[in-house]
Design a protein around this ligand. Sequence first.
Ligand SMILES: Cc1cc2nc3c(=O)[nH]c(=O)nc-3n(C[C@H](O)[C@H](O)[C@H](O)COP(=O)(O)OP(=O)(O)OC[C@H]3O[C@@H](n4cnc5c(N)ncnc54)[C@H](O)[C@@H]3O)c2cc1C
Length: 469
Amino acid sequence: LRSLGVGGEGAAGGAHGDAAVDLDAANFTAFLQASPESFAVVEFFAHWCPACRNYKPQYEKVAKLFNGPDAAHPGSIVMARVDCASKVNVDLCNKFSVDHYPFLVWGPPTKFDSPQWKPKQENSELELIDDGRTAERLLKWINKKMGSSFSLDDKKYENDSALPKNASDPEQIKPETRDPLVRFLQILVSHHPSKRCRRGSADLLINFDDHWHTNLSLSSEESPTLLTSVAVDNICGKGVPRGYWMFCRGSKKETRGFSCGLWVLLHSLTVRIGDAESQSTFTSIRDFINNFFICDECRRHFYEMCSSVSVPFKSARDLTLWLWRAHNKVNERLMKEEKDLDTADPSFPKVIWPPKQLCPSCYRSSSRTGDGPMQVEWDEDEVYHFLVDYYGKKLVSSYREASIDSHLQVTKQVGSISDDSSASSAATVPIGAALGVAAASCTFGALACFWRTQQKNRKYYHLRSLKKI
Ligand SMILES: Cc1cc2nc3c(=O)[nH]c(=O)nc-3n(C[C@H](O)[C@H](O)[C@H](O)COP(=O)(O)OP(=O)(O)OC[C@H]3O[C@@H](n4cnc5c(N)ncnc54)[C@H](O)[C@@H]3O)c2cc1C
């Protein structure tokens, strides 16, 4: 326990000066069983999840009250976290039915050793914290639970409004989850830029009913079969290592990666479809993201943007440009958020994309007032041609199937690869290994599906969200 940074008398500390304790499958039970505190909060998160990164300071702000040498209230609550994107923790996170991030569980530390737990489980002393998305709300929830009146003295993190509200509803509708996955796989079969991945997607589709019959939820016995097909073997072949990024490699472990790969995949699909497929591709992407992207904040924002589309897409050009604009809206929002929360990857700051160096002809004019975002008058014909070239020919011509045959070979190439959204040396061609990365996105999507289908007591969150919009 000392090696975990527990300072005795209930004072705990995590890695790198964090107040919350980083736990994994190997030490989870032992640590909590030995904790003298009356209650524990465990945050299940994924290091790639941008919402989790943004949430971390909020969680830390509360953890500092209870953990560590400067805790105002030591000994009452131990606060910990588990990275579900780490392979060793997959079973642990499944055990707690983690179906979105961040996912907060409350209860006496000794009760975290049950063999399987799900939210709303009867006769359980563990409870899902359904409203802990800011430090204030988390503390309010705790105060209500304990009848206490702890308060936050720390004024450092004031950007609570930047965080989404009410995003921790774990419920998902089940009958709809199968179809979006099938429809998305169909697009991958036709339009994934890599032949190998098209073939892998087709194989999975052909055998799909063996893994997941219509009208059936995946039982805990059946789901590992689908998992093996998608997550372990990978639709692009066994050689693509999980969680390994090249095009989308951040300068820090917790930045870029998965969500970057997903964007690259989506853009590379939109430039490949035919006009007649544009509306169905749009709905497939929308439903896939909404059902399988575990980043709650991301999928809700994306769904909102999709909901504001009023006229069906009639051409691939329109869809390509819509996705580009949507991505830039996210970039613009994150530019500010990442600056406020200091969560940006210093080597890959968010920019309005493509930067001028990458596509001078895309710009008719641009201006900036003060600290505000750059205002650009785009030449959309040029932007479209640029996107078709960037995510089409260039991606493919620089893609080497051989690069995903061997992890070692890939590793050797990493140093020579860069993605140039950050403006300097902007003419660099994006590397084709993005395709392997993109496939890995689907892998994790399917994992999400697995987690979600393990939820037995679902409510219709999706339908409720629709009503709200
Ligand atoms: C659908 C979706 C919604 C998301 N919503 C949120 C959210 O609400 N909140 C949040 O915190 N994070 C969100 N994310 C994650 C976030 O957008 C980034 O993916 C993440 O921060 C990693 O950023 P990055 O620097 O790797 O570049 P990314 O934004 O992931 O972009 C990947 C690459 O795409 C290229 N690119 C950049 N902009 C464009 C563009 N406009 N058009 C075409 N190509 C472009 C660049 O080469 C860039 O390196 C979302 C991700 C996805 C896939």
